[in-house]
Design a protein around this ligand. Structure first.
Ligand code: SF4
Length: 481
């Protein structure tokens, strides 16, 4: 029995409609990190929810790897990813040969605009009027939804969190958990407005409302669009992990399947999944394995009840190949598990939107300047404490801390640091690198702060230090430590 026969006949719930188109909401280059962070921090719920959810995710990850040699597994993961990226052209070629032999049409998009053009072109050629999408960060990178909607194609995000984000005109706040920053009450309000009646404010009822409408969308869509967690070179297959089953329906129910996948997602062999899958799912959701692991290998064969009639894979470069062989190549090892976001003390306060583009947290602070350039994205590499927690948890041992430092250096070397900041650090470096001047500056500091402080601390707001002293005391240095 085919998927359509098994789940078919689901009527569209009364009042259920496609989410209205919302404009793209990237703010990189139009607002500062500070302004965006301030907005999240002004929402007390968001701060509590983000910290709570990320704590929970870290605890699950720790429990998952408690009884295995985690470091050895991470070493193996690093080796596989390093080998794949060091030989990327060869493995990509192998993957393309195998995928085409399987009947997949392979496209190559050099940048975001070309990816949008290719996918919109496929939709025109295939007479596609509606698509269902499973979660894809690559499609966020290229702002695919608005491009398709502009071409007259109705788009339904089918991951529940992504569906909420789409209907709210929002952006995902986390690689794995897109609505980490939203409340159940907000979802209740949204779905009730879509339904035209007050729905029960319970998770099960709200999920059932979305599910009924999305089920109808799956069965009537002309195409399914997905991302891909891995491209397996030896077989020409695309692997997708999901927990809601939407990835499997997206890739098997509609007559056309289109996958948009970054070129760096290639791995040599199926056997590599024995290492990479537990690392991805263990660091993403703390699971042994996700509920669904879908491997697609081309269009439906004769006598198969399910599967698309045609499959297209769009390989996205968009800045990736420029990193090969350079000092930032290791950023391409990333398997998008989101673990570095969960442990980052900055992300845990400000959430994903503060980073202004697709990716938040340490990996966002690395990828944003690399993919968007120093001019537009360089600022977010400053938004880290360099504590190294991200290095300690990364399943493929990407040295995020070193990459962030190098990006900061590059920002200074290419003249993207404001003049006042450059002067201040030049002066600070000149003074503190000379012991006599260092001691003199400490004495002046101690004397001035001693005059305005009480009990060894200044708690009043100080001109020039207002943003520091309004939230915490400034300690007066003691004469002897
Ligand atoms: S950098 Fe490492 S921890 Fe962060 S998302 Fe990528 S693989 Fe996961």
């Amino acid at each position: 029995m085919s998927v359509r026969e098994e789940v078919g006949g689901t009527p569209l719930p009364e009042g259920w409609s496609a989410p209205a188109h919302q404009p793209d909401a990237f703010e990189l280059g139009t607002t500062t990190f500070g302004e965006r962070a301030h907005r999240t921090m002004a929402r007390p719920f968001a701060r509590i929810a983000i910290a709570g959810a990320t704590d929970h995710a870290v605890a699950l990850t720790q429990a998952k790897f408690a009884n295995v040699d985690h470091d050895a597994l991470r070493d193996q993961g690093r080796q596989i990813r390093a080998h794949a990226i060091a030989n990327l052209p060869d493995y990509l070629e192998q993957w393309i040969d195998r995928a085409e032999a399987n009947g997949t049409t392979v496209h190559f998009a050099a940048d975001e605009a070309e990816a949008r053009r290719i996918i919109a072109g496929i939709c025109t050629d295939e007479r596609i009027e509606s698509v269902v999408k499973s979660k894809s960060m690559a499609s966020e990178e290229v702002s695919l939804n608005s491009a398709l909607e502009g071409a007259g194609v109705a788009v339904f995000e089918t991951d529940l969190g992504e569906f909420v984000v789409q209907a709210m005109g929002d952006r995902p706040g986390h690689v794995i958990a897109p609505i980490l920053h939203r409340t159940k009450d907000e979802v209740h309000e949204l779905f009730s407005a879509m339904a035209g009646r007050d729905l029960p404010n319970e998770a099960e009822a709200l999920t059932a409302f979305a599910r009924a409408g999305l089920r109808h969308a799956f069965l009537t869509a002309d195409a399914g669009i997905s991302g891909g967690n891995f491209l397996i070179a030896e077989t020409g297959e695309v692997l997708l992990v999901t927990n809601e089953g939407n990835g499997r329906l997206t890739t098997s129910a509609p007559r056309v399947h289109i996958a948009l996948v970054g070129i760096e997602k290639v791995i040599p062999r199926r056997g590599d999944l024995a290492v990479l899958l537990p690392l991805l799912t263990g660091h993403g959701t703390g699971q042994q394995i996700t509920t669904y692991v879908t491997i697609t290998g081309g269009p439906r064969r004769d006598a198969e009840p399910d599967g698309p009639e045609r499959t297209h894979v769009v390989l996205l470069d968009a800045g990736r190949s420029a990193l090969l062989g350079g000092p930032f190549e290791e950023a391409l090892h990333c398997i998008r598990c989101g673990a570095c976001q969960n442990v980052c003390p900055v992300y845990r306060q400000v959430g994903g939107h503060a980073y202004g583009w697709v990716y938040g947290g340490p990996i966002g602070a690395v990828l944003t300047p690399l993919f968007r350039g120093q001019e537009e994205g360089g600022e977010v590499a400053q938004a880290t404490t360099l504590c190294g927690a991200c290095d300690d948890i990364c399943p493929v041992r990407i040295p995020l801390h070193d990459l962030l430092l190098d990006l900061r250096r590059q920002r200074a070397d290419t003249g993207h640091v404001p003049r006042a900041e450059r002067l201040a650090f030049a002066l600070w470096g000149a003074v503190w690198s000379r012991p006599v001047l260092y001691r003199a500056s400490m004495a002046v500091n101690r004397t001035v702060l001693g005059l305005v402080g009480h009990d060894g601390a200044v708690s009043a707001r100080l001109p020039g230090l207002r943003r520091w002293t309004e939230g915490r005391d400034l300690l007066v240095q003691r004469r002897r430590t």
